[in-house]
Design a protein around this ligand. Structure first.
Ligand code: KIV
Length: 283
């Protein structure tokens, strides 16, 4: 195995050394390869796949089988980054026993190295039990997409003092439960800093401002492949959707105009074989 493989110890060391962690999502082999080649620290096979790959309205319909299928593909391409598999809605909410069994399935059948689940204080006992079973857990607090409906939609969290205090309590509870890091989504930047300063484990932000220990974005957002809606916290580093659309449109036109395939894209046959074939067909 390559010595560049990112481990939990490296992830903690990054916070201790004040080096920002980089994290992106991937859902298949080519994007796993690309994240690896780019030297990304952590790759999340997120249940956001429901929206950006499967065309669903949210993440609620994503199943264990979907997750395992996609984690397996990413794991084949992604060698050095630390791989996190997302626990889909209702795979850990029903009981602690279900949570441990399903977390184990993501590692054993998917091939990821850790799992992520959404929730704070209320899910601390679940997190502690999974960690005790030997499975590294990443927490996810602030805006939790699986329960966005209960939060009133995809909205910034921690607006007032009471809500901000709850998020701080969630972070502390997750740290006590043994998470190796946590995602903090869609909170005011000052709260992002408060949370990152309050816990020793890395806090990786998505819409939590610059003063956290690292950043995560959905890859399909950052490359401009998914533009159904673009959250405020997304920066588009490319406009890949347009490139792909242009390529497909040009291909269609060239096929219809018989410009493709050109001679360089076609196989040839030795003249004598062609003559022989013509003779055979004439017989
Ligand atoms: O599923 C996902 O992509 C996520 C990120 C938004 C962190 O949970």
């Amino acid at each position: 195995m390559s010595t560049d493989k990112v481990t939990i110890l490296d992830i903690q060391q990054a916070k201790d050394d004040n080096r920002k962690l980089t994290m992106v999502t991937a859902y298949d082999y080519p994007f796993g390869l690309l994240a690896d080649e780019a030297g990304i620290d952590i790759v999340l096979v997120g249940d956001s796949l429901g929206m950006v790959v499967m065309g669903l309205e949210g993440t609620v319909e994503v199943t264990m089988e979907h997750m395992i299928h996609h984690i397996r593909a990413v794991s084949r391409g992604c060698k050095n980054p630390f791989i996190v598999g997302d626990m889909p809605f209702m795979s850990y909410n029903t009981s602690i026993r279900d949570a441990i069994i399903n977390a184990g399935r993501l590692l054993k059948e998917g091939g990821c190295e850790s799992i992520k689940l959404e929730g704070g204080v209320d899910f601390a006992p679940t997190v502690a039990a999974i960690v005790k079973a030997g499975i590294p857990v990443q927490g996810h607090i602030g805006l939790t997409p699986q329960t966005a409906g209960a939060l009133g939609g995809f909205k910034m969290q921690g607006r007032d003092a009471a809500a901000a205090k709850q998020i701080l309590d969630d972070a502390r509870a997750l740290e006590d439960a043994g998470v190796f890091s946590m995602i903090l989504e869609a909170v005011p930047a000052p709260l992002g800093k408060l949370v990152a300063d309050a816990v020793k484990v890395p806090v990786i932000g998505i819409g939590a401002g610059p003063d956290v220990d690292g950043q995560v974005l959905v890859t399909h957002d950052l490359i401009g492949l998914f533009d159904k809606f673009v959250p405020k916290f997304v920066k588009q580093y490319a406009t890949i959707r347009k490139n792909i659309l242009d390529a497909l449109t040009e291909y269609k036109a060239e096929v219809r105009e018989m410009k493709f395939p050109a001679p360089e894209h076609s196989f040839t046959m030795p003249t004598e074989s062609l003559e022989e074939l013509e003779n055979l067909l004439e017989e």
